[in-house]
Design a protein around this ligand. Structure first.
Ligand code: NAD
Length: 496
């Protein structure tokens, strides 16, 4: 784990003006335009990024295509690709302190969480796919004797990667690592408010031996650089994590351009369901509080709807309130803070609008609901709990992506299932019960990509992550993710 002394030194490091990374070199945007990088810790600018546009995306895609056609990565021996990606994983680990602090200055996640979830998890992901490279085979079809049917797995070509600001390095690695492992070239469009760690990752990849043009980064605004990538005629696929509205746009861009394939990991409104026979109510309450409030609720799988069985409701709410008030919100670069800053002033305003609407619609505010630590100049919000929430309220239907929890009461298992499935989302969920049959029935009944039992969050790279319904389609993580970045080609050979 990183020490406070190291953090305090690194938080003062000069970052300056960061360029795009295209064809192995750092380069300014074609227009020379830049965007300020404002830290949510204190509301102050501490760096700038290039404001890339369609011309920059063109340059990056061209470089990626040239590298792909050249074949020095796409057709390299798997053992070589494995060596380079393993080296990249090592470099990410070696620079974990620097990457973690840089990322926190950019997006405000508490350092304890960011350190594990960003560089360390990204390094683990890169290593996992590096190791997988020489273990993924084509197939021989069971044909008649006079023919040979070979099924080859081939890289797609140029893959666009577009990610959000909550965990850019971790989520980026979930896409970048399998795409590169499969032999693709990539163009990454980082989130405009948290681009710095992905730019650094591209530099480390070059240091690890990845050839020029294979890994390009175009920073800039989503509606400009992101749109250009989505509409580009020479991009074969877009791997996206972000909001539903942008996901819809990407499908539209694909339809209007070259029918590139699009994989969407979108938002959630995940139900966390506590039955009266939960093994340990106190532990369930603590984990539930962490499951919504860590990283200021800016976690796609956050358990933002809490469903509690009526017979234990008051007891559980007491425990939940205790666990919540123990969470210390503060400077994300202080190891003692449990919760850091909301990623931007704009996101904080959105969160507060949700709070106002919940109160207007009749939900009861139990705790929080306000901006705090205003004297810092940063964006901080108190963990917020509403009860008496009903399924038709905005707070029960729409993703806040902030530290806001809506609590509902239920009597029967059927009612819990009906409430759990009552949104357009289907990303994550949890069930707390001591009854094995209840647990298995709930796993079947809940419409979601992930169902936790007697825990919330926590998973490793071996299991897929992704949603159903309007939480998207396609899966990150696990060996299944490689399928998104490969195509099948059939060779049908007459043996004469
Ligand atoms: P966002 O959709 O606003 O932005 C995501 C990315 O898309 C950014 O890089 C942005 O620049 C880009 N973008 C914006 N407009 C674009 C356009 N018109 N064309 C192309 N690209 C464009 O999302 P956000 O606010 O950065 O992140 C929060 C959202 O991400 C939440 O909805 C959250 O649930 C979701 N998320 C999902 C997962 C998951 O695994 N399912 C994980 C983390 C976050």
């Amino acid at each position: 784990m990183i020490s406070q002394t190291t953090i305090d030194t690194l938080r003062k490091a000069e970052v300056g003006a960061r360029n795009l990374f295209i064809d192995g070199v750092q380069t300014a945007a074609a227009t020379g335009a830049t965007l300020p990088v404002i830290s949510p810790i204190d509301g102050r600018p501490f760096a700038s990024i290039a404001d890339g546009n369609a011309a920059d995306v063109d340059r990056a895609v061209l470089a990626a295509r040239k590298a792909f056609e050249k074949g020095s990565w796409s057709r390299a021996a798997p053992a070589f690709r494995k060596k380079v990606l393993t080296r990249l994983a090592e470099l990410v680990e070696k620079h974990a302190d620097e990457l973690a602090v840089l990322g926190v200055r950019d997006n405000g996640t508490e350092i304890g969480m960011a350190y594990k979830a960003e560089p360390l998890s990204a390094a683990g992901t890169i290593r996992y796919y590096a190791e997988a490279i020489d273990k993924i085979y084509g197939e021989i079809a069971p044909t008649a004797d006079n023919v040979l049917g070979l099924i080859h797995k081939e890289p797609l070509g140029v893959v666009g990667v577009i990610v959000p600001w909550n965990f850019p390095l971790m989520i980026g690695a979930w896409k970048i690592a399998p795409a590169l492992a499969a032999g693709n070239s990539i163009v990454v469009k980082p989130p405009e408010i948290a681009s710095l760690t992905l730019l650094r990752l591209a530099e480390l990849a070059a240091e690890a031996g990845l050839q020029e043009g294979v890994f390009n980064v175009v920073t800039g605004r989503g509606a400009v650089a992101g749109e250009a990538l989505g509409l580009h005629m020479d991009v074969d696929a877009i791997a996206f994590t972000g909001s539903g509205p942008v996901g819809r746009r990407l499908l539209d861009y694909s339809a209007r351009s070259n029918l590139k394939r699009v994989f969407l990991e979108l938002g959630g409104k995940s139900p966390n369901i506590v039955f009266a026979d939960a093994p340990d109510l106190k532990q369930a309450a603590t984990v539930s509080a962490n499951g919504i409030f860590r990283n200021s609720g800016q976690v796609c799988v956050a358990g933002s709807r809490l469903l509690v069985q009526a017979s234990i409701y008051d007891r559980f709410m007491d425990e939940l309130l205790k666990a919540t008030t123990k969470l210390k919100v503060g400077d994300p670069l202080n190891l003692l803070s449990d919760i850091g800053a909301v990623s931007s002033a704009e996101q904080l305003t959105k969160n507060l609008n949700f709070v106002a609407r919940a109160a207007e619609e009749g939900a009861r505010l139990v705790t929080g609901g306000e901006r705090i630590l205003t004297e810092t100049g940063g964006s901080y919000m108190a963990p917020t709990i509403f009860e008496n929430v009903t399924r038709d309220m905005q707070i029960a239907r729409e993703e806040v992506f902030g530290p806001v929890l809506g609590v509902m009461r239920f009597d029967t298992e059927e009612e819990a299932v009906s409430l759990a499935n009552s949104t357009v989302y289907g990303l994550a969920s949890a069930v707390w019960t001591s009854n094995l049959s209840t647990a298995h029935r709930m796993v079947r009944a809940i419409n979601a990509g992930v169902v936790h039992v007697n825990t919330y969050g926590g998973a490793d790279i071996t299991v897929p992550l992704g949603g159903v319904k309007q939480s998207g389609f396609g899966r990150d993580k696990s060996l299944h993710a490689v399928e998104k970045y490969t195509d099948l080609k059939t060779a049908w050979i007459a043996l004469g």
